[in-house]
Every structure is written in C-alpha cells, then in structure tokens.
Design a protein around this ligand. Structure first.
Ligand code: 3PG
Length: 321
C-alpha cells in the first residue's frame, strides 16, 4: 500500500499544503484541486477541524489523495489516521509521530533539513522525507548536495516553492513531489473563489511539467528532399544540419523526416521535464496517447510519446530528450 501512495505522489508531483478556514471548505476545495488536475491535498493541523476536513474529503472525493500535515503530536496523528489520512507529513522529525503512523501502516514523511536528521529518519526505517523549509534552507543547490550521499532517500521539498521555481526542484532525481500553499490561499477558500484555486492549480501543473515547444517535424517524400529542406534552412537562417537515420534536424527547431511518418504533414514535438508525470497528466485529462510509444530507452529517457489525436494534419508528441 505504501508504495502506491508514493507512486501517486510522484505521478501527481504537487502536494497542495492546505490550512482550511473551516471544515466546510474541504469538499469544495478537493473538487477545485481535482478540476485543477492536482488530485491531492495535505490538510494541515494548523486549523481546527483538520480531521473533519480529511474525513469529508475521503467520503466525498475518494479519488483525491489526502494526507495530514503539520502533525506535531501522536494525538494529532491518531486523529488524522482515524479520519482516513493516507499519509502523514510533519515539519520536523518526531519519532513518536513516525511510530504511530508506522503502527497503522500509513506512510510518514517527517521534515528534515540536515544530514544528521536524514540519518535519524533512516534509522526509523524511512526513505521518503519532507525537506523543509526548502527555499529558506538553501533551495535546489542545497538539496542536491544534501541528497548526494543518500542515494536511496527521496524528498518532498516544501517551503517557498511556487510556479516560478517548482520545475527546478522536480528536475532533481531525488525529488518525489513538491509541497506548497501558493495555489490554496485561505482567503480564496473563505471567499468561495474555488474557480481561482483551480486556475492556480492548472498554472502550477503547467509550470511543473515544463511544457514548451521542442520542434516542428516536416514529412518529406524522400531522404533527398529532407536533406534539401535542411540545406535550404541552413542557407537562409544559418541553422546547422544534423542528420540521423530517420531525419535531418535544422539545429533543434525543425526536423525534416526522410519520408512520411506520423501525421499527414508531419508532427509537432513538445518538451516535458518528466515523461511519467506528463503521461499521468494526459491520463487525468482523458487525453489518449499511443502506448507503444511510451517506452523508456536505455538512456533512461522516453524520447517521443505520441498522442492519438492529430491537429491540422500534424501528429503531436511529447519529448523528454
Ligand atoms: C508547510 O507547512 O509545508 C509550509 O508552510 C508550506 O510552505 P509554503 O507556504 O511556503 O508553500
């Protein structure tokens, strides 16, 4: 069970850290997060009624992953678990809270910020930890150095993360997901502005995916025609020709296909920073991809994963190259 929760956290990639103004906000919030394509919440014990909020979400939106946050005591841990919390997060490493979660078979992610704290957590049998407060402790550079000796430990950085810096954290192989409160401000919940929370979530997901145009691929009738197109672009714009077995690239911008592949006219490639998260995002949106193209190569990359739909005669693929 534990592994599935961590797999889900990895595939979602973002954990909204919520301080509910009232337990009544919990279900509309969960729906707003789901609509925003982040079906996950860490409901913190910073406000009264956190346990009631957790229970309400578990009952009304069972496909939203719900954890308890800011769990400082075993009493809070017991109440969170009784309410149905699927994971427990804390700002620091309290062995009693960890033991309580372990007794119930619930994943615990206590907060750490130093090598000594990581080793204490490892002694308790843990290998997935909150890194808190992420930005204030030293950010990505510090986390990279901190994670270096602990190859088996994964981190949930939280604290000071936002749409502008989340992609940098998610690019680190030691990072399972990032936590943050920026998409769930209490004022928006109090004002019933759940549409704005959904918008902030979608913006966060876009930022986390690192989705941007990679190249345009153009179908050519032959290898000669592909080489001719690339030579013409080199002459006109000075873009370097880079030939491989199936195509000729004009720098990274245009790929001249040696023949007609997918798409009547060719394809458009979009870069993503992590293919597993990107494919999970397609699945949440009900967008179909060609499963035979979702294969990890020996270099650890997936290369091109094609969508089933084409647009304007162009196939569409994601790429992590
Ligand atoms: C937490 O409790 O995890 C943090 O307070 C969340 O940090 P943020 O508000 O800076 O996102």
């Amino acid at each position: 069970m534990e592994r599935n929760i961590f797999d889900d956290l990895y595939r979602i990639g973002i954990v909204p850290v919520v301080a509910l103004p009232s337990p009544d906000c919990a279900v509309p919030l969960a729906r707003a997060l789901k609509d925003g394509l982040i079906p996950c919440a860490e409901i913190t014990f910073r406000t009264e009624g956190a346990a009631d909020g957790i229970a309400a979400v578990r009952a009304a939106e069972p496909d939203v992953l719900v954890g308890a946050g800011t769990v400082l005591t075993t009493a809070q841990a017991e109440s969170a678990i009784a309410a149905g919390a699927q994971f427990i997060v804390a700002p620091g490493l309290n062995p009693d809270v960890v033991a309580c979660a372990q007794e119930h078979g619930i994943p615990a992610l206590p907060g750490v910020a130093t090598p000594t704290e990581i080793e204490k957590a490892m002694q308790l049998g843990l290998n997935t930890l909150k890194f808190f407060p992420a930005e204030q402790a030293g950010g990505c550079g510090y986390l990279k150095a901190l994670a270096g000796p602990y190859r088996q430990v994964r981190f949930l950085p939280t604290g000071g993360i936002n749409a502008a810096n989340i992609a940098n954290y998610l690019a680190l192989p030691s990072v399972i997901a990032c936590g943050g409160s920026w998409m769930v401000p209490g004022a928006l919940m109090s004002a019933g502005r759940y549409d704005e929370i959904t918008r902030l979530c979608r913006e966060a997901v876009r930022a986390a995916l690192g989705l941007r145009l990679a190249h345009v691929g153009i179908s050519s009738p032959s290898a000669e025609a592909a080489l001719g197109g690339a030579a013409a672009l080199e002459g006109l714009l000075g873009l370097e020709k880079i030939e491989n077995s199936a195509s000729v690239f004009s720098d990274v911008a245009v790929e001249w296909m040696k023949g007609c592949g997918r798409g009547e006219y060719g394809h458009i490639g979009f870069h993503v920073s992590n293919m597993e998260r990107a494919v999970a995002w397609l699945e949440r949106r009900g967008v179909e991809y060609l499963p035979e193209t979702f294969k990890r190569g020996e270099n650890g990359k997936y290369g091109a994963v094609y969508l089933r739909d084409t647009v304007g005669g162009f196939a569409l693929h994601l790429t992590d190259d």
